[in-house]
Design a protein around this ligand. Structure first.
Ligand code: HEC
Ligand code: HEC
Length: 299
């Protein structure tokens, strides 16, 4: 009996040790990534100073407000005792903020390459799509941010609890760092097709607004990368929205209301960013989606 207890004890202790070592391994592999400093010099983008360009930048910034707050002064993206804290940075270059002392190059590095000023990889920030903006549009957006009055709002530094470090390190949350999926060499001298309602221009808008990241490459929909989001609908010609007229499509993005009267939650379907663009640019997205083959119906 004594011998049996002794062996059970040894086995249990070894199991606990293995679990602890595994947890430690996953948490440190997450932290190594989180704290890693990448040195990357982005290709320069020229930043305009005229009022028309700043006005274009303001229009392009509407989609940022959903995460960075209506005044772009940042907000707490999540603060959960079980997960940790992630602020979506204050973008106004205020003293003590994440963007204090940000240069033009720092803005390009964050938006095109997914790295903060220090070179740490950013999380949640959708640089994989925003970084597809043309040099001209990106220049306007940066010009607009530089024109903002500094907003004095400070946050706790981003951090994660041990448990979420372990889960993240084990890959339970999927890929968390856009830096890892961006083709950095291609992120230079980017041009957009001429502004208009052509499908080519629509493809540019879709690419720089991340529609496919949620609606899938063929617009057939599926699961959202956000675990608490409702399922993502098929918006290709075979889906519900694929049957809308061009006017109904534009009206949805202007008002947030579908032709049948539904109001999709902007937290899960970020319609405001596209809705802020002139009608022709929204039409280009419709024309692009309609130019593609309908996605195979689900179920
Ligand atoms: C889905 C939410 C989301 C959207 C949309 C978004 N951001 Fe972010 N952004 C974040 C979060 C969260 C961070 C901080 C990430 C971190 O610290 O790891 C961030 C960081 C940044 C940074 C780096 C600041 C720093 O901490 O050094 C810049 C610059 C930035 N965002 C600009 C923009 C602009 C411009 C837009 C719109 C074109 C935009 N973001 C849209 C969530 C978002
Ligand atoms: C973060 C993920 C996400 C992104 C990015 C996104 N969508 Fe959506 N979209 C959704 C979800 C989720 C819904 C369903 C919302 C609901 O039913 O409450 C939706 C709904 C829609 C609808 C309404 C469909 C219907 O049948 O009611 C249209 C149209 C649409 N999206 C188009 C777009 C376009 C165009 C873009 C790019 C500019 C885009 N979406 C970007 C997640 C996303």
């Amino acid at each position: 009996m004594k011998k049996f207890l002794k062996w059970t004890g040894i086995v249990l202790l070894s199991l606990v040790l293995i679990v602890l070592l595994t947890a430690w391994y996953f948490s440190s592999s997450f932290n190594n990534k989180f704290e890693k400093v990448y040195s990357l010099k982005p290709a320069p983008v020229s930043i305009p100073t005229d009022s028309a360009s700043i006005a274009r930048g303001k229009v392009l910034s509407v989609g940022c407000a959903g995460c960075h707050g209506p005044d772009l002064g940042g907000k707490v993206f999540f603060d959960d005792p079980n997960i940790g804290v992630l602020p979506s940075s204050n973008l106004t270059r205020a003293v003590g903020s994440e963007t204090e002392g940000y240069t033009d190059e720092d803005f390009v590095r964050a938006m095109r390459h997914g790295l903060n000023k220090k070179g740490n990889p950013l999380m949640v920030m959708p640089s994989e799509s925003i970084g597809e903006l043309s040099d001209q549009d990106l220049g306007c957006l940066i010009a607009y941010m530089k024109s903002l009055p500094p907003i004095d709002r400070k946050f706790e530094k981003r951090h994660f609890t041990f448990m979420s470090q372990v889960l993240a390190g084990a890959g339970m949350f999927g890929n968390l760092f856009p830096y890892d999926i961006i083709e950095h060499d291609k992120r230079k001298n980017l041009n957009a097709p001429p502004i208009g309602n052509s499908p080519e221009y629509g493809e540019y808008i879709v690419r720089s607004h991340g529609c496919k990241g949620c609606h899938a490459a063929n617009f057939g929909g599926g699961k959202s990368p956000d675990p608490v989001s409702p399922p993502v609908p098929n918006i290709s010609a075979s889906g519900n929205a694929g049957k809308w007229t061009k006017e109904q499509f534009v009206s949805f993005f202007k008002t947030g209301k579908t032709p049948d009267g539904r109001l999709p939650n902007p937290q899960f379907m970020p319609w405001e960013g596209l809705g802020a663009l002139p009608d022709v640019e929204i039409e280009s997205v419709y024309n692009y989606i309609q130019s593609l083959p309908p996605a195979a119906k689900q179920q």
